[in-house]
Design a protein around this ligand. Structure first.
Ligand SMILES: NC(=O)c1ccc[n+]([C@@H]2O[C@H](COP(=O)([O-])OP(=O)(O)OC[C@H]3O[C@@H](n4cnc5c(N)ncnc54)[C@H](O)[C@@H]3O)[C@@H](O)[C@H]2O)c1
Length: 338
């Protein structure tokens, strides 16, 4: 069977990780090229991974006949144009979240993907994390009954804030860049859509975010179509490390997805957490990042359905945009957005 040739566009924090996975850990695929405007970073990674082809312009990568599929790991505001160009060249797309910044752009991407018939998977790796998959299965089989309450969060360690990720016009804000993971996770776990949302937040720790009208700490309350209540929070200054969990309460039981506990006692201190402290998101999701890529390759080879579809990407985007609207108007917002 022919190996799927994969090119990675954007080799920053997550693009490097995906490149490393494709170089050695994804069956049926090989890393055949890298494109990044930062050619020094691209060349350095390419030589480390034994990749011969490096481009400064992603369009050259898309024109490369050895490339069957691309991973788009650039800042969010660039993803629409890259996807449209990839669709035109009939290259399958794995697109990091958020897929783009507006519903109009998302719809343009959906049309282009449908027209060209390529596969398009969104980087919502929780759908490939074994603990989330196990929880989803328990919900599907009715093990915890009807879901009445759902929660999920992403909390990141203190960091240096700046560049595109501190500018909501380029990142889409904390709601698209961070919480969209949890909006997707709640849709995935509960199988239900968000119908109403109220968001609140503050920028207490990062002046750059405050200046740009974004937030480092947010709480989002939601109502789901099945009647359940749901909540997502995010915090960009978590002194004890990376922390992402989820919780479901159903009429017959509950599910808690934790951080890999050895005992029931947790003391949260930087560097001294008594349990399995997670340094950063890359270690927490290592298995999921690998398996989401294996699933992407399988869906190309077997003409299957991507784990997180382009419609899932649009749905998480819509919830994030509604949260932004809510926090700016200080009012609940009803979905779908008009
Ligand atoms: N799924 C996850 O858990 C996860 C984790 C981190 C980041 N992300 C997402 O991945 C995307 C990238 O995030 P990051 O933290 O890796 O960003 P980053 O800033 O570390 O890296 C972005 C890279 O894109 C390159 N780039 C910029 N413009 C380009 C262009 N026109 N062509 C090619 N390359 C270009 C930059 O030079 C840089 O190397 C974001 O959407 C982010 O939300 C997802």
């Amino acid at each position: 069977m022919k190996s799927i040739g994969v090119g990675v566009i954007g080799v920053g924090a997550i693009g490097r990780l995906h490149s490393e996975n494709y170089a050695t850990k994804v069956p049926g695929a090989s890393l055949v090229g890298i494109a990044d405007v930062n050619t020094a970073a691209a060349n350095e990674l390419a030589s480390k991974l034994g990749v011969k082809t490096v481009y400064a312009d992603y369009r050259q990568l898309l024109a490369d006949p050895n490339v069957d599929a691309v991973v788009v790991a650039t800042p969010p505001f660039l993803k629409k144009d890259i996807t449209l160009a990839a669709a035109e060249k009939h290259k399958h797309v794995f697109c990091e979240k958020p897929m783009t910044l507006s519903l109009k752009e998302a719809d343009e991407m959906i049309s282009a993907v449908q027209r060209s018939g390529i596969k398009f998977q969104v980087g919502y790796q929780k759908r490939s994390d074994t603990s989330f998959m196990q929880a989803r299965k328990a919900v599907e089989t009715g093990e915890i009954g009807k879901i009445i309450l759902a929660r999920a969060h992403n909390r990141d360690p203190p960091t240096t804030v700046g560049g595109w990720s501190a500018d909501p016009k380029k990142s889409g804000s904390v709601f698209l860049d961070t919480s969209s993971h949890d909006f997707d996770a709640l849709r995935y776990l509960t199988g239900s859509e968000v119908t109403r949302i109220y968001a609140d937040g503050n920028a207490m720790m990062y002046e750059e975010l405050r200046k740009n009208g974004d937030y480092d700490t947010v709480v989002v309350d939601m109502r789901l179509a099945n009647g359940a209540m749901a909540q997502v929070d995010a915090c960009g200054y978590t002194p004890y490390g990376f922390d992402s969990r989820a919780e479901l309460v159903g009429t017959e039981g509950g599910i808690i997805i934790g951080m890999g506990e050895n005992s029931f006692t947790h003391i949260y201190k930087n560097g001294k957490t008594s349990n399995q402290r997670q340094e950063y998101w890359g270690t927490r999701w290592a298995q999921a990042y690998r398996d989401e890529m294996a699933a992407f390759v399988e869906c190309i080879v077997k003409d299957g359905k991507p784990r997180a579809t382009i419609q899932d990407g649009r749905a998480a985007l819509e919830i994030g945009l509604a949260a932004w609207q809510s926090i700016k108007t200080e009012r609940p917002v009803t979905l779908p957005l008009a």
